[in-house]
Design a protein around this ligand. Structure first.
Ligand SMILES: [Zn+2]
Length: 246
């Protein structure tokens, strides 16, 4: 047995625990930040919708005004045709004016239909804008409520992370630099850089380790990596903790 290797086993074990704690805090940080981001995105989206709807409302209102104006002109034309009808002298003239009247009436009906349709569209849009403004107010309120709590929580997690990172660095320093570098490389790829060797298997990837290699590790002769996942393998000398008897 090599006492230096025996010590490195303990350091690796502590390092894996510290790194896992830090990783969980990082996941939490991302989650907290995203929670607020989601509502902020919803707010931007609903504001864009409101802007588009208001723009569309103005367009339709403008078009409706133009149609109403068109209707007034047709109405005047209709009155003129009626007056003309009173002055007709024969059937041919009266037929011609009658056709004119019918055509104008048809145009007027179309225009009135269009005005009615635009009015309905404006009603719908007005309702939709009110709904979206209510949503907007809800998002603003939620951001206001959440922002304080989230930034407080973020600060707490960041402080905890800072502490843990300090402890971790203290532990990591006990490893030879070349081992630590490799450990960090493996961790970057696989989330953890070391794994327990137990019953001849790597506890991280569950591959069985060739017996001779497993024996060398068990004797703490040398620091070895799992042939399958590359993690450093260590022997955990302390028995697994059992829940206290009640
Ligand atoms: Zn492995």
């Amino acid at each position: 047995m090599n006492p230096a290797v025996r010590d490195q086993f303990d350091v690796l074990k502590a390092l894996v625990v510290a790194d896992e704690e830090i990783r969980k805090l990082d996941v939490e940080l991302v989650k907290e930040r995203e929670a607020l981001e989601g509502v902020k995105k919803d707010l931007v989206r609903v504001r864009e919708q409101i802007e588009q709807e208001r723009h569309r409302y103005d367009e339709i209102e403008h078009d409706r005004g133009a149609r109403i104006q068109e209707g007034r002109v047709l109405q005047q034309q209709l009155e003129r045709s009626r007056e003309k009808m009173n002055r007709t002298r024969n059937e041919k003239e009266s037929n011609a004016v009658q056709r004119e009247l019918e055509e104008t009436r048809k145009l007027l009906r179309d225009v009135e239909d269009a005005v009615g349709k635009r009015s309905l569209e404006l009603d719908e849009l007005r309702k939709s804008i009110i709904d979206h403004e209510e949503q907007e107010a809800g998002y603003v309120a939620r951001i206001g409520e959440t922002e304080g709590a989230v930034s407080k929580r973020l600060q707490e997690i960041e402080a905890e992370r800072g502490e843990k990172a300090g402890v971790r660095d203290g532990v990591a320093k006990k490893l030879p630099p070349v081992v630590l570098r490799k450990y960090d490389q493996i961790r970057a790829k696989r989330l953890s850089g070391a794994a327990r060797l137990e019953a001849g298997r790597c506890k991280a990837c569950n591959m069985s380790i060739p017996p001779q290699l497993a024996q060398r590790i068990a004797r703490a002769d040398v620091l070895e990596q799992c042939p399958s996942c590359n993690r450093f393998l260590y022997i955990d000398a302390t028995p697994p903790s059992t829940p206290p008897a009640t």
